[in-house]
Write a protein that binds this ligand. Structure first.
Ligand code: A3P
Length: 322
């Protein structure tokens, strides 16, 4: 196994040398352009392992998001909806485990240091649930070719950008510097950040959802904020586990919305003081403000103007708006 790992390491190092490279937002980190999207080197290694080895089954559900668009929230909601008959309401594992622990990300968890992990063992609950930030075009072929379902969620790009900038700040070690908001914004507009560019990411899943609405559900963070019950019912229907009339009358939808709410999750002991076993990231960094429109406190009019132009140019005629 060590020989296999060594040759895979060598192959990966050689690949990195052939790919376009840019500085990441934090000093000392680099990003590499692979199939049109930027990746941190180690994450790219896991993405490629996943592309080579992941075998989707028809009953799998994949949660796909650009980073900082509500992945944690969507994981909690999907987990609680899909498995609601597998535990009692007082025993929802979300009360004691962070959503990222319960629902592993393919490139940040499942394929971390293991080219061929035992997937059935990793997923305690069935059907299997996985998450990813990988763009639609780069998904393992078995995800696209099987009948598995994909739930995608995105968010207003300015809120996503502000959230990402704060996230990078919270995760950096003190000796490393973070780009100023203005410089980071320039990189963001050029699509240069982990898993960028934003618009190409969003449009890939948007087109797939238009072509195959039974396979790809396209959600927006803002819509969930506006009417979580309605969106949850929509999600449950898409997943093939619609809420029954009895469940609706019994308040099950509101209960799930409540346990997954920002206010509730943020205050749980595990999310206040716990951290990831695999990479040491403190879970509290995933719960910052949880608001729509926080960008308006942070950006200048010229930044807004530039992004609005970009939105118009990129989403032109797609039918998608922010
Ligand atoms: P802010 O930084 O704007 O507060 P991700 O989970 O993809 O990393 O996204 C993180 C963003 O989602 C952060 O946004 C975070 O506060 C917000 N968030 C986390 N949990 C949430 C929840 N249960 N409901 C709404 N927003 C949530």
């Amino acid at each position: 196994i060590q020989d296999v790992d060594k040759s895979w390491d060598d192959e990966h190092q050689q690949l990195l040398q052939t790919l376009p490279e840019e500085q990441e937002w934090v000093s000392g980190s680099s990003l590499h352009l692979y199939q049109g999207f930027w990746y941190l080197p180690l994450v790219l290694k896991h993405v490629i392992s996943c592309q080579r080895h992941f075998q989707a089954s028809d009953s799998d559900v994949i949660i796909a998001t650009p980073p900082k668009c509500g992945t944690t929230w969507l994981k909690a909601l999907t987990f609680s909806t899909l498995y609601r008959n597998q535990f009692t309401r007082d025993e929802n594992p979300l009360l004691t485990f962070n959503p990222h622990r319960l629902l592993p990300s393919l490139e940040y968890g499942v394929y971390l240091n293991k080219p061929c992990p035992d997937l059935d063992n990793i997923c305690v609950y069935k059907p299997r649930l996985f998450a990813t930030h990988v763009p639609y075009a780069s998904l393992p072929t078995s995800i696209k070719d099987s009948d598995c379902k994909i739930v995608y969620m995105c968010r207003n790009p300015m809120d996503m950008f502000i959230s990402f900038w704060h996230f990078r700040d919270m995760l950096r070690v003190e000796s490393k510097e973070l780009l100023s908001l203005h410089k980071a914004f320039d990189k963001f507009c050029h699509g240069i950040y982990a898993h960028g560019p934003f618009f190409e990411h969003v449009l890939g899943y948007w087109k797939a959802s238009q072509e195959n609405p039974n396979k790809v559900l396209f959600l927006k963070y803002e819509d969930l904020k506006e009417d979580i019950s309605c969106q949850l019912m929509h999600l449950a229907m898409f997943l093939g586990v619609p809420f029954t009339e009895d469940e609706k009358k019994g308040g099950v939808v509101e209960e799930i919305a409540n346990i997954c709410s920002f206010e509730k999750l943020k205050e749980l002991e595990v999310n206040k003081n716990g951290s990831s076993q695999s990479n040491g990231i403190p879970y509290k960094v995933f719960f910052r403000k949880g608001k729509v429109g926080d960008w308006s406190n942070c950006v200048t009019p010229s930044m807004v103007e530039r992004l609005e132009k970009l939105i118009q140019e990129k989403l032109n005629n797609s039918g998608l708006t922010f």
